[in-house]
Design a protein around this ligand. Sequence first.
Ligand SMILES: C[S@@+](CC[C@H](N)C(=O)[O-])C[C@H]1O[C@@H](n2cnc3c(N)ncnc32)[C@H](O)[C@@H]1O
Length: 180
Amino acid sequence: MVQDRRIPPFVLDNPIRRAFSPPTRIVSRFRDSVKPGMVVLDVGSGPGFFLPLLSRLVGEKGKVWAVDPDPRAIEKVKRKGLSNVEARVGSASSLSFLEDGSVDFVFSNLVICCLVDHKGAISEMRRVMKPGARAYVSSRKGRGRDPRAVTEEEWREILSTFKVIESGSSFMEWWALVEK
Ligand SMILES: C[S@@+](CC[C@H](N)C(=O)[O-])C[C@H]1O[C@@H](n2cnc3c(N)ncnc32)[C@H](O)[C@@H]1O
């Protein structure tokens, strides 16, 4: 059976990625949607490449939940010592520690395409979002039989469950800023 994909934390947070693909580039697509005091969920955070920026955007009165099934990644997040970030080992499709409608913004960068249960993950993200909350979701463009791959048809289906504020794509990826 195909398992969710694990990626070594050093591949996801290192000076080379920072130099060639700085986190500000992606955060600029949604930064106006994240305000001080908000509750943000970084689902599939990995070791937390985007967490310092997300933490700064919500400020001291806000909170960022970082969730990833890889304990090595969550350990790295904890070592960043960000006081408004709470990190949990967990899966996108089972966010039971978060109440319905408790999150202002969900950030999920290149995660859906690493897991098998796409529907479960999207449904959990929707459940925890407040009415009118926004989410930034991106995925590698996929095809073929790998159950983790997100096909174009599936990507459209995911977007159809939200109001799309802005969307885009590159050679390898799709991204969208959506609203519940
Ligand atoms: C390509 S990495 C992206 C990490 C991070 N979002 C970033 O952009 O730096 C995909 C991440 O999804 C995580 N992942 C895999 N299965 C998952 C699941 N079921 N729920 C949440 N995250 C998962 C992996 O452990 C990995 O950290």
